[in-house]
Design a protein around this ligand. Structure first.
Ligand SMILES: Cc1ncc(COP(=O)(O)O)c(C=O)c1O
Length: 438
């Protein structure tokens, strides 16, 4: 089956809502074309749109949340007691699946009972790592309100990841709508207790059933959900990092800035080696200057005190080697807002926020001068994680973490982000999945 050219594929990004508002539109130099009905009646599969004159396919169906088919389980499981939850081991009753192929675009989505996938062993996902994923969370309030946190960021990153490995793009707003339907259907699985949430794992895989490295003609997007407990159930636990160049997580021109499955398996052996030496995670360095990039699977923040008492909060800039974390972006925006006057308790009165290159020499000198204030990682799972020690060139750099095991900048940001995620603090980043009016 022939593949569509890139410009043609990008046309699939027009949403169905946009289309339904329009009856004609102009495509590049072509004459005005009429839009064919997508024929969703009785859940029929959507059809490609064709040029009425030539019959040529001009637009493939995009993701359409309104055409979802929902099949509820007839054998619901009993959710585990919250105290028994282990991260990522329990899954809810339902999942979302959507198939795509290069000839027909996105098929109708299905929400159905959670079950194993049946895939041909030749599927590209198994051989060439055509797989990417997202990690996001839903929170349930006492009154049953279910909230997502900045889902638009996850959707945008997922599309960027898809583009990097020639998997199809999709309308992120439509996938968000489908995720809302899934989490609302399974909302009884979200413990209401403080600190609990539903971890959501959207995944996109290549399912072309043929060997050979090339763009996958078939793909499947699926979403599964796992109830998770508070990361800090028994107090804050700072992590210890091993900084080494023996292993490299990502390199310029590579894929470290994308959330591809292929980036993660190679991190397991370095992590195990760090653990053997008594460190919990790797501090990923790059190049001769030993530039700091990320910590384990989190973004990195370092706070330095300047001679006049101002604190500079630094994170490495986004490029090929740093994943654009949703929590990183949130921490940066909140810290910048604080600096502008929207104060966050715990953050220093005089704060400047920088995205700039950091090298190990900066940390070694700051430790020597007593100007190293805090080091922490940010990510969806823990939100923030303090670092109290970095093993580097045969010795440990000691980092203050305060009496609670979490420095005051990390704690201030953690509290503010949790407040927004759970709806205690009203904020546009928190998106309600089950608004009361519906
Ligand atoms: C390599 C890496 N860096 C950073 C992050 C943090 O990203 P986020 O804040 O979106 O969870 C993650 C986790 O998703 C990650 O895998």
């Amino acid at each position: 089956m022939s593949r569509l050219s890139t410009p043609l594929r990008s046309l699939t990004r027009l949403t169905t809502r946009q289309l339904s508002k329009t009856t004609t539109f102009n495509v590049t130099s072509k004459p005005l074309l009429s839009i064919q009905s997508r024929g969703y009646k009785n859940n029929a599969q959507p059809q490609p749109m064709r040029d009425v004159m030539t019959g040529e396919i001009i637009q493939l169906p995009d993701l359409d949340a309104s055409s979802v088919k929902i099949t509820k389980t007839t054998t619901p499981k009993k959710p585990l007691a919250p105290s028994k939850l282990v991260f990522g081991k329990t899954f809810t009753d339902h999942m979302l699946t959507i198939n795509w192929n290069s000839a027909n675009g996105w098929a109708n989505p299905e929400i159905k009972p959670y079950a194993p996938l049946e895939l041909d062993p030749s599927s590209t996902v198994f051989h060439y790592a055509f797989t990417l994923f997202e990690g996001m969370k839903a929170y349930r309030q006492e009154d049953g309100t279910v909230r997502l946190f900045r889902p638009d960021m996850n959707m945008a990153r997922m599309n960027r990841s898809a583009s990097r490995i020639a998997l199809p793009n999709f309308d992120g707003e439509e996938l968000t709508e489908l995720i809302k339907k899934l989490v609302v259907l399974d909302s009884e699985w979200i413990p209401k207790e403080k600190g609990y949430s539903l971890y959501i794992r959207p995944t996109l895989i290549g399912t072309q059933t043929a060997l050979g490295v090339g763009p996958s003609s078939d793909a499947m997007l699926f979403v599964i959900c796992s109830p998770v407990g508070p990361y800090y159930a028994s107090g804050f636990k700072p992590v210890q990092l091993l900084a080494t160049t023996k292993f490299v997580r990502a390199a310029p021109g590579g894929t470290g800035g994308y959330k591809l499955g292929a980036n993660y398996a190679p991190g397991v052996v370095p992590q195990a080696e760090a653990a053997k030496e008594g460190y919990s995670q790797n501090l990923w360095l790059l190049g001769d200057e030993h530039a700091l990039t990320e910590v384990g699977t989190m973004n990195l923040f370092v706070a330095f005190k300047q001679p006049d008492g101002t604190v500079e909060l630094v994170t490495p800039p986004l490029d090929d080697v740093v994943l654009p974390g949703v929590t990183r972006d949130s921490a940066l925006q909140l810290a910048r807002d604080h600096a502008k006057g929207d104060k966050i308790p715990g953050l220093p009165e005089k704060l400047i926020v920088s995205e700039r290159k950091l090298i190990m020499k900066d940390l070694v000198e700051a430790e020597k001068n007593g100007t190293l204030v805090e080091v922490f990682g940010t990510g969806t799972a823990a939100i923030v994680s303090a670092v109290d020690k970095i093993g580097y060139e045969g010795r440990d750099i000691q980092i203050p973490t305060g009496s609670e095991g979490l420095g005051s900048i990390a704690k201030g940001l953690l509290d503010r982000i949790i407040g927004i995620q759970t709806g205690e603090i009203e904020h546009p980043w928190s998106v309600i999945a089950n608004p009361k009016s519906t």
